[in-house]
Ligand binder design. Structure first.
Ligand SMILES: C[C@H](O)[C@H](O)[C@H]1CNC2=NC(N)=NC(=O)C2=N1
Length: 100
């Protein structure tokens, strides 16, 4: 079943739990830039996140160059932000915190 797109006030409230992330101007996605020691750490992060993403059936848009990973989260099926984006964002924060 398609997830409920969050209302702007709920998005604002949930942004308080993801302090390193920024909301896009159109309010339809959130993004964070991660930086690691080297490529191995960045790719290890992506590998761990991929396992979680599969488990949650929610997948990031991301871009990797060397030790940096830019992540954008949105729920394509709902055309905007849902609780899944914030759950995955928090999971990614926790994975990164063990690697940075
Ligand atoms: C069929 C499958 O469950 C859906 O396409 C899932 C897969 N992963 C997804 N990931 C993201 N980010 N948004 C989605 O809407 C989405 N939908």
């Amino acid at each position: 079943m398609r997830d409920q797109k969050l209302a702007a006030e709920n998005v604002r409230e949930r942004m308080g739990t993801l302090t390193e992330w920024e909301l896009s101007d159109d309010g339809l996605s959130i993004r964070r830039d991660f930086a690691f020691r080297d490529f191995a750490e960045a790719f290890g992060f992506m590998a761990e996140c991929a396992v979680v993403a599969e488990k949650l059936n929610h997948h990031p848009e991301w871009f990797n160059v060397y030790r940096r990973v830019e992540v954008c989260l949105t729920t394509h099926d709902s055309g905007g932000l849902t609780a899944r984006d914030f759950d995955l964002g928090l999971a990614m924060d926790r994975i990164a915190a063990r690697r940075v």
